[in-house]
Design a protein around this ligand. Structure first.
Ligand code: SAH
Ligand code: SF4
Ligand code: F3S
Length: 482
């Protein structure tokens, strides 16, 4: 979906305006002429591909990139053998970086066969100096690099790529920004659900994590802008939204009129036509009683909380700078379950943080068994340059692997147990898509985030239906509509 702007009315004989987002609209209008010229020259519509790595916030940024590319006249494709390819990168763990380098090699092959092809890189990985140096040296076929702080000026950067007459790679990286530009075009992946940034950056500096360095300081969007965006999405048919931030529980702190995350949720709840509200991520140290009460009393907030544990060992949590203990975390979960008994709790766990012993791993497993997570993402610790943990003594690989296997097994056991809990119940599901493997089935998502597959007509996609959860198959259900 694209903002209602008539780009043909923008007068390109004038210099570009200084004010945003008008400046970007000007460059979109200018790029449209160039893409039209390509289309005439090549005798076909030029194609663009946006590849997303990383978290939901990056995915939302990718929708903005896609929005600009579509506005300037590209046809979007998932095929990386396209005329314009952009990788929106992630650097939270080293394997994310390695994937990007691997794919870049493939793109180079495509570009040799299609010299008109343009290749761009953006996102978190590009905020690291060592990455830029490596690309400059070994991946010279890349046309454009920018970072996380100036994504809003993608149209302007695109225009400089089109105007580039052999000056080489264009690189524009900012260290940080306090700027938030609203109202840029965005192309959504799903018609009925959407992610929405409510804040950017992170101030927590967990000692293993690179995100605060590559995403900058925490800043919240104004409630007015958030509500306006959601109202616009609902008018376009969106029924479920996911509020996004590295730590949504600290939303609102730096605003002129401070407001809490719980208060923001109450305002969003009032939007007519909006059916479901989700959010991520919640840092346990900032999860308030006010938020628990608002969730409990809400008709729209989904029965799912992602509450990253990272480790169950208080000693390791302290070294991680998480600012809660094992006991505080367990108490918090107890309180949440008491107030909202049908809530699903999921988590993130890191195994192999510097100094971790097998006893620490047992503490993590103890928390897994006590909380009974509905699902958990388990990661092997990855050393990130520049973070405090990178300088600490690393755990031997064999020990990490043994610990990881134990944690994974514990997580799978509780998740399986939790998933079977609702067998035979009737619950509401948002119909998301036609089942990938069996096109006679639809796939729906329950409020607690569990998937259910059931026979039904594809015209139901995007609507809420009542489904009987007949049979639990590991982590999902088979059912039928009632
Ligand atoms: N802001 C979110 C997390 C964003 S990163 C939060 O605090 O919950 C997503 C997950 O990646 C983290 O929860 C953590 O489990 C994992 N992660 C972050 N840095 C990592 C590292 N260096 N090695 C392994 N996993 C890491
Ligand atoms: Fe990283 Fe911690 Fe911030 Fe999450 S809260 S993004 S883990 S520093
Ligand atoms: Fe990755 Fe950046 Fe998200 S490092 S996890 S894409 S904030």
């Amino acid at each position: 979906m694209i903002q209602n702007i008539d780009y043909s009315k923008i007068d390109l004989t004038l210099p570009p305006p200084a004010k945003e987002p008008d400046r970007q609209y000007y460059f979109i209008a200018k790029c449209r002429q160039q893409v039209e010229a390509f289309a005439r020259e090549w005798g076909r519509v030029p194609k663009a591909c946006v590849v997303n790595y990383g978290c939901q916030m990056n995915a939302r940024d990718s929708e903005k990139l896609a929005g600009v590319l579509e506005s300037v006249g590209y046809e979007l494709t998932e095929d990386e053998n396209a005329d314009f390819v952009i990788f929106n990168t992630c650097t939270v763990r080293d394997n994310a970086n390695q994937r990007v380098y691997g794919r870049l090699g493939v793109l180079n092959g495509y570009k040799r066969r299609n010299p008109g092809m343009k290749i761009a890189l953006c996102g978190c990985m590009m905020q690291e100096n060592s990455v830029i140096e490596k690309i400059r040296e070994s991946y010279r076929f890349v046309d454009l690099i920018f970072g996380t702080h100036n994504l809003y000026k993608f149209a302007e950067l695109l225009d400089s790529v089109f105007g580039n007459r052999g000056q080489g790679m264009i690189i524009d990286i900012w260290k940080d920004t306090d700027r938030i530009v609203e109202d840029l075009p965005v192309e959504r992946k799903y018609p009925y659900k959407s992610g929405i940034n409510i804040m950017f950056g992170c101030n927590n500096f967990c000692s293993y994590c690179i995100v605060p360095y590559v995403r900058g300081r925490e800043r919240s969007r104004s409630p007015k802008d958030i509500l306006r965006e959601i109202e616009g999405l609902v008018a376009e048919g969106v029924v479920e939204i996911m509020l996004l931030g590295q730590n949504v529980n600290s939303y609102g702190k730096g605003l002129e009129d401070p407001i809490t995350f719980a208060q923001l949720l109450q305002e969003i709840e009032k939007i007519e036509g909006l059916k479901r509200i989700r959010f991520m991520t919640s840092h346990p140290k900032d999860l308030s009683d006010e938020l628990i009460a608002v969730m409990r009393d809400s008709k729209k907030i989904c029965r799912h909380l992602h509450l990253p544990l990272q480790s169950g060992s208080t000693r390791i949590l302290q070294a991680m700078n998480r600012r809660y203990t094992k006991e505080q975390y367990l108490k918090l979960v107890e309180k949440i379950r008491r107030e909202i008994p049908d809530i699903a709790i999921t988590t993130d766990i890191i195994v192999g943080f510097p100094g971790e012993t097998m006893e620490d791993v047992e503490e993590t497993i103890d928390v897994i068994r006590k909380v009974k997570y509905d699902n958990a993402f388990t990661f092997i610790y990855s050393r990130r340059t520049g973070t405090p943990a990178a300088a600490m003594e690393q755990v031997p690989e064999e020990q990490v692997k043994a610990g990881f296997d134990r944690v994974l097994k514990a997580v799978q056991d509780t998740a399986r147990e939790q998933a079977a809990k609702y067998q035979g119940c009737v619950m509401e599901a948002l119909v998301e898509e036609i089942n990938e493997h069996d096109p006679s089935l639809l796939t729906g998502r329950l409020s607690n985030n569990t998937l259910v597959h059931f026979p039904g007509d594809p015209s139901l996609i995007g609507s809420l239906v009542q489904v009987c959860l007949e049979e639990c198959r590991g982590f999902y259900y088979l059912g039928h509509m009632v």
